[in-house]
Design a protein around this ligand. Structure first.
Ligand code: NAD
Length: 291
């Protein structure tokens, strides 16, 4: 199986490295040429464009910032569609709206290509350790063909339904994370202002019904130290809630807490904290509380 990987950023670079280390021949491309050099040094081949890459592989994985970038990599003049042979399998692991995935998959299938959406959870640390959770939407036989590649990058791999389902699961997860994080910020500030030590709150609540991933992971990793870099950024969380709101609009579903959460992350971005971990939203409450 000859594999191509496009988008070698914070997530894509370690994911591609794990595929390479498991012995798969790998061809890489990134719009920023220096992003490829680390992988080329380790034995990957570089491509001059997504089009050229597509002509040399059986599977193309994309790990790009957003749907606009995915569309340009696939549909652009120098894109994957222009260079692909019939039957090529495109696996988009970026986080995009399910409707964007479905549109791109339809365009791919109209050209005789195959498509999976396979967004991930677990962050840069999970990508580096090969321990991502991967949520896959698409046909069973395509999923099975890709499973050995997914197993290079992830530990928990779920085939969750048709094309777009992977991104739907991802958006539900990240909507919950974004809302939970704000709940933690608000409740923790109240506790501290009421005279409690945050360490005491951490110990009791991680063993009580108020616990969540946002609480048990983010409080010890970031909030107690007051250092909010690096992590899962406010910019990415903002993008993911935006995608959830877009999807809710398409489904005619109200997202009351999601809308408020979106405004909180917009405010945090306005404060200049976009690159900080999402737990940095607690600073909004701390400012008001004088902590
Ligand atoms: P990133 O910005 O670090 O990397 C994106 C890479 O894509 C960059 O190297 C960039 O040069 C490249 N790129 C952009 N446009 C391109 C184009 N037109 N052609 C070729 N290459 C192009 O982003 P990331 O943190 O690696 O995230 C990638 C995706 O994974 C996003 O959709 C994000 O939402 C999702 N995600 C990120 C995390 C995380 O913790 N960082 C966790 C889960 C999911």
């Amino acid at each position: 199986m000859r594999v191509g990987f496009i988008g070698l950023g914070n997530m894509g670079r370690p994911m591609a490295k794990n595929i390479l280390q498991k012995g798969f021949p790998l061809i890489v491309y990134d719009i920023v040429p220096t992003a490829m050099s680390h992988l080329i040094d380790q034995g990957a081949q570089g491509a001059s464009s997504p089009k050229e890459l597509a002509g040399r592989v059986d599977i193309v994985i994309t790990m790009l910032p957003d749907a606009k970038a995915v569309s340009s990599v696939l549909e652009g003049e120098e894109g994957v569609f222009a260079g692909a042979r019939k039957g090529l399998l495109i696996v988009d692991m970026s986080t995009v709206a399910p409707s964007d995935t479905q549109r791109l998959a339809q365009e791919a299938m109209a050209r005789g290509l195959r498509y999976l959406d396979a967004p991930v959870s677990g962050g840069v640390a999970g990508a580096e350790a090969g321990k991502l959770t991967i949520m896959v939407g698409g046909k069973e036989e395509d999923y099975k063909q890709c499973l050995p590649l997914f197993q290079c990058m992830g530990e928990r791999i779920y085939h969750v339904g048709d094309i777009g389902s992977g991104n739907a699961v991802k958006l539900v997860n990240n909507l919950l994370l974004g809302i939970n994080m704000i709940g933690v910020a608000e409740a923790l500030t109240l506790g501290v202002k009421a005279g409690l030590k945050p360490e005491v709150l951490l110990e009791v609540i991680k063993n009580s019904s108020g616990q969540s991933y946002a609480f048990t992971s983010k409080v010890p990793s970031f909030i107690l130290s007051g250092h909010f870099k690096p992590g899962f950024s406010i910019n990415l969380q903002h993008k993911d809630i935006e995608l959830a709101l877009q999807t809710a609009k398409e489904c005619n579903i109200p997202l009351l807490l999601g809308s408020v959460a979106y405004q909180v992350y917009t405010l945090a971005r306005g404060k200049g904290w976009g690159q900080e971990d999402i737990s940095a939203v607690i600073k909004l409450w701390e400012e008001v509380a004088g902590l």
